[in-house]
Design a protein around this ligand. Structure first.
Ligand SMILES: Nc1ncnc2c1ncn2[C@@H]1O[C@H](COP(=O)(O)OP(=O)(O)OP(=O)(O)O)[C@@H](O)[C@H]1O
Ligand SMILES: Cc1cn([C@H]2C[C@H](O)[C@@H](COP(=O)(O)O)O2)c(=O)[nH]c1=O
Length: 210
């Protein structure tokens, strides 16, 4: 239980972050398996998305051209639905919510990547979830070069994945800055390593959770 929350939900909230191609989706399934083996009820979800409306907004966000401000507002609109329909009810029931991205992604992509002022994003964060933060955030950290090579082999790129290395260097920089700002919450995972080595790290970290 995280006592700083109002109300203090009995569930746990773990988020997975990193630049596109860092390996979040690969490892979120592995962590789900580890938690289920510990008899935890797990809700696996993602942003943008996770609800009917959120998935519709995801389609627009990943494919349509828009201003950085619109992008940030739609990300937080999808997040509000996600919190109300999925995340908070599950935490209230005492379940473990694993989300492929959350608000750190808005600071990294719309802030670091697109250049929106941090203060504007903080205002949206305070409006949309004033009392809720993840209990734990895994930041899968890898260079844009490696991530790009992995993605090229895997699938055709969406709007974000077509951005240049400079954009992803800024996104990565903002993620690392936030990890420094919130060291009690973040665990940085060196994602340039082979999948098996990353799994070992995750197994150790998950093993420490009660
Ligand atoms: N440590 C690794 N070593 C080699 N390949 C990897 C590693 N981690 C992931 N991959 C591969 O890289 C590709 C991208 O991984 P994945 O989809 O998990 O990344 P992601 O962070 O979820 O990306 P996105 O944010 O764009 O959805 C996949 O083909 C995956 O198999
Ligand atoms: C939550 C969130 C996401 N994004 C971006 C980051 C990714 O490029 C896409 C989501 O695609 P994924 O393959 O599921 O990772 O959306 C963002 O820019 N801002 C956000 O808040």
């Amino acid at each position: 239980m995280n006592p700083s929350r109002h109300p203090p939900y009995p569930g746990r909230f773990i988020t997975f972050e990193g630049i596109d191609g860092a390996g979040k989706s690969t490892h979120i399934d592995y962590v789900t398996g580890l938690l289920k083996a510990k008899n935890r009820q797990v809700v696996l979800t993602r942003e943008p998305g996770g609800t009917g409306l959120g998935e519709k907004l995801r389609e627009i966000l990943l494919h349509d051209k828009m201003t950085p401000e619109t992008e940030a507002l739609l990300m937080f609109a999808a997040r509000r639905e996600h919190l109300a329909d999925i995340i908070e009810p599950a935490l209230r029931r005492g379940e473990w919510v694993l989300s492929d991205r959350f608000t750190d992604a808005s600071f990294a992509y719309q802030g670091g990547g697109r250049g929106l002022a941090r203060e504007k994003l903080r205002q949206l964060e305070t409006w949309v979830h004033p009392h809720l933060q993840p209990d734990l955030t895994f930041l899968f950290d890898v260079s844009p070069d490696i991530a790009q090579t992995r993605l090229e082999a895997a699938r055709s790129p969406d709007k974000f994945e077509r951005e240049k290395a400079d954009f992803f260097n800024r996104v990565r920089g903002e993620y690392l800055r936030r990890a420094k700002e919130f060291p009690e919450r973040f665990r940085i995972i060196d994602s340039s390593r082979p999948i098996a080595a990353i799994r070992e790290t995750l197994k150790t970290l998950i093993g420490k959770l009660d």
